[in-house]
Design a protein around this ligand. Structure first.
Ligand code: ADP
Ligand code: MG
Length: 227
């Protein structure tokens, strides 16, 4: 198994300082290498909370998240930053590209932590990814010079540049028009086919959800398989 989530629980403290609210109440999920799933659920149901736990941006109150057999909450120091940076790739609704950097520089940002050697060795892959995403002629452009769909494709290239095993996407088409959203769905599937990267995609877009192998809904703090 690539990813094994068992009985994961998470509560958030209420904004008024009141009692914590249980958001995730025993989430289970198992994902093999290269498998794809979508997660649906109403706003506030805890989808982003779950992705942040899978990406080790936050830790669960209870339960286990294992990736390639390793308990994610036990990672520390370099192993933890490598996990966040290399094992998983993140795509958000907003692209979060650095406005002052070029497209190519943005795609290479995950490599910066590894120093100049890692940046140099990542560059051919960055160019390759941008080429396959139809952005070869945009390498030196700034994000502000791109369309919304192009920016999101740059974010995909950035998420994929260090060859992650697991891609986590939080409403990746949420800010795009229909045409760009459909194109981005195609791009994500292409990444899966080409690099066998597994994907957990949170989305309201039924077209994108339907293209994942399995679909789940986050319902009352638990994942329920719906297709
Ligand atoms: P979704 O992505 O499904 O819309 P979220 O995971 O963002 O849901 O949020 C689930 C609930 O947890 C919401 O009620 C939200 O307000 C609350 N929440 C999310 N993050 C925090 C946080 N860091 N602190 C306190 N409450 C939070
Ligand atoms: Mg969310």
């Amino acid at each position: 198994m690539l990813l094994e989530v068992k009985d994961v629980r998470k509560s958030h403290s209420a904004p008024d300082g009141g009692a914590p609210v249980d958001i995730l109440k025993g989430v289970d999920l198992a994902l093999g290498a290269g498998e794809t799933v979508s997660i649906l659920g109403p706003s506030g149901s805890g989808k982003s909370t779950l992705l942040s736990l899978l990406g080790a941006l936050d830790s669960p109150d209870a339960g286990s998240i294992r990736v390639e057999g390793i308990e994610v909450s036990e990672l520390k120091g370099k192993a933890l930053s490598d996990y966040r940076n290399r094992t998983v790739g993140f795509i958000f609704q907003m692209h979060h590209l650095l406005p002052q950097c070029s497209v190519l520089e943005n795609v290479l940002t995950p490599a910066l932590a590894g120093g100049s050697k890692v940046v140099r060795s990542a560059e051919p892959r960055a160019r390759d990814l941008l080429d396959s995403l139809g952005l070869a002629h945009r390498l030196k452009h700034r994000p502000s010079e791109l369309s919304g769909g192009e920016r999101q494709r740059v974010a995909v290239a950035r998420a994929m540049v260090l060859n992650p095993r697991l891609l986590l996407a939080d409403e990746p088409t949420g800010a795009l028009d229909r045409g760009s959203a459909s194109n981005l769905s195609e791009v994500l599937l292409e990444m899966n086919r080409r690099y066998q990267v597994a994907m957990v995609v949170v989305t309201h877009a039924s077209e994108l959800a339907a293209r994942m192998q399995r679909s789940f809904e986050l319902r009352d703090g638990k994942l329920v398989q719906i297709s």
